[in-house]
Ligand binder design. Structure first.
Ligand code: CDP
Length: 250
């Protein structure tokens, strides 16, 4: 969040954004499930300029063994940005930002994954950001949740995420890089769509109380749309057919 930059206009005279979107539009999203052979579950997600690969391994023996929990599976989440994912080459390996994102994403999934079914095991979730254009923590969690479902890991719900923020004085959905950099605020959110529980919530920059509520509402609506896309992607992948439905006709 670089604060407002008077040199860069993020909204044109018709109120359109730099990529032509309206204030309440999501960027185009594409989801692909089961793309990696070696992983137990995987998903590839494109969300605007973000390209994200998620892989899930487990439940498997815990390494190192002393971390094993006799009551539940240990969840491990690694968010990693590829060196070529951003404009300036990113130094490989974990940094403060990726450690923070990994922790809060893990904590969000801990509330959803039924870890109690798999004591003394671990479930590893890796998310690689191949190309970044803001909103990567939301894209990563959304992909991770699909990869967990693909791995057949029991979950109370899917996790759907989306951010909202403020650009040129207006609340807007799903900021892209320039909007995140030169806008006034960014608010990433992840929910359990079934219960509406908020699993991850952060905020950068400044908002009035009204803007805060509007932004929260917008991010929630965005996450619900993302969750519908997740359900469709999973159904398409596994071709869930209803008896006597259109799909059953030969
Ligand atoms: O990606 P997200 O919005 O969840 O996190 P952020 O910390 O607000 O980062 C916003 C964007 O800044 C990223 O998506 C990248 O496009 C960019 N970024 C970068 O260029 N270099 C970094 N080391 C970290 C982030």
């Amino acid at each position: 969040m670089g604060g407002h930059n008077p040199g860069i206009k993020l909204l044109d005279k018709d109120g359109k954004r730099i990529d032509g979107r309206g204030l309440y539009d999501l960027r185009p999203i594409k989801m692909e499930i089961g793309v990696l052979k070696k992983a137990d579950g995987s998903a590839y997600l494109e969300w605007g300029g973000n390209k994200v690969m998620a892989a899930v391994y487990g439940p498997k023996p815990v390494m190192p063994r002393h971390l094993a929990n006799p009551y539940k599976a240990v969840l491990m989440y690694r968010y990693n940005m590829a060196p070529f994912s951003v404009d300036d080459r990113k130094r490989p390996g974990p940094d403060r930002r990726s450690i923070e994102i990994s922790k809060i994403s893990r904590d969000a999934l801990e509330r959803i994954v039924m870890t109690e079914y798999f004591p003394n095991t671990m479930i590893e979730i890796f998310v690689e950001i191949l190309q970044a254009d803001a909103g990567t923590r939301c894209a990563a969690l959304t992909a991770a949740s699909l990869a967990l479902a693909d791995a057949g890991i029991p979950m109370r719900d899917l996790v759907a995420a989306c951010a909202a923020g403020k650009i040129d004085g207006k609340v807007a959905l799903d900021l892209k890089k320039e909007e995140d950099n030169y806008g006034e605020s960014d608010m990433p959110l992840a929910i359990s769509p079934r219960t509406g529980d908020i699993l991850l919530f952060q905020m950068d920059g400044l908002l009035t109380k009204e803007e805060y509520l509007e932004s929260l509402h917008l991010a929630l609506e965005g996450a619900k749309k993302v969750s519908e896309m997740q359900k469709k992607a999973l159904k398409d992948k596994y071709k869930i057919e209803t008896l006597g439905g259109e799909d059953d006709k030969v």
